[in-house]
Design a binder for this molecule. Structure first.
Ligand code: SAM
Length: 238
């Protein structure tokens, strides 16, 4: 039974890809490409912040030279194998400096909310904005706004790992401006079924706070309410 946040199973790229297999990264990447064509015509380079296991890069690499940063080394390893020509760095989005700028910087699937507080989100948006070349764009897919977060939401996902099956049940609650999600996993192989649990804490930021963060970073920003999967998208330009 694994119960700690450092649980090897919970850190694995294989678990991530198994649980989120329902996400259509190909369609999302096509949607992004159409948007980028409009906002930054001729874009060649893209930095994906909080890139996870590199699922977007798998498709975006056909059109852009894609690099990424993340905090999880095992996700970065998976991303490198999906996009061998990309440069991947283990870095914290709250204050990173790669010494290069990009036509487009993305931060997708609510990765921004992992920094928990609006002060940290502001610093992250400032760091991302500094990696956008003049005329380029910063695309941030947010998490829920405070008024839309419903405590007591219960959901279940299932997936397949290389050696078995995974089931994840999630129960949500709220603590001030944090959404807190208790995640409970069962991982079954032919030998045994193991139980793992973790708690995810994601910041709830208002639209005004996000818009202000882009403006503080010297960007003009528009908000697209639908975005890739209904969570909206902030489009910053400089
Ligand atoms: C929900 S996942 C999104 C991953 C990927 N963008 C996708 O669409 O599948 C959030 C990602 O943010 C990363 N992350 C969390 N906090 C971070 C931080 N402070 N700096 C960089 N990456 C971070 C996590 O390791 C995880 O890969």
């Amino acid at each position: 039974m694994g119960l700690s946040q450092n649980d090897d199973f919970l850190q694995s790229a294989e678990l991530y890809d198994a649980i989120y297999h329902f996400k259509n990264y190909q369609r999302e990447s096509e949607w992004l490409r159409n948007l980028i064509d409009r906002v930054v015509p001729g874009a060649h380079t893209l930095l994906d912040v909080g890139c996870g296991t590199g699922e977007h890069a798998r498709f975006l690499k056909q059109h852009y030279s894609v690099d990424g940063i993340d905090l999880n080394n095992r996700y970065l390893e998976a991303a490198r194998s999906k996009n061998p020509s990309g440069r991947y760095h283990c870095a914290n989005m709250i204050g990173f400096a790669l010494g290069s700028s990009y036509d487009v910087v993305t931060c997708l699937f609510s990765a921004i909310a992992y920094v928990k507080t609006i002060e940290s989100a502001q610093r992250a948006i400032l760091s991302m904005a500094r990696h956008v070349r003049p005329g380029g764009a910063l695309l941030v897919e947010p998490w829920f706004q405070p008024e839309s977060w419903k405590p007591g939401m219960l959901s279940i996902n299932t997936g397949e790992s290389k050696d078995g099956l995974i089931c994840r049940m999630a129960l949500s609650r709220r603590e001030d401006n944090l959404s807190v999600i208790s995640l409970h996993y069962l991982h079954g192989t032919r030998q045994a079924v193991s139980y793992h649990t973790e708690q995810l804490e994601l910041g709830l930021f208002t639209k005004d706070q996000m818009v202000h963060s882009f403006q503080q970073a010297g960007m003009q920003v528009t908000y697209e309410p639908e975005g890739l999967i209904g969570r909206g998208l902030y489009i910053g330009t400089r």
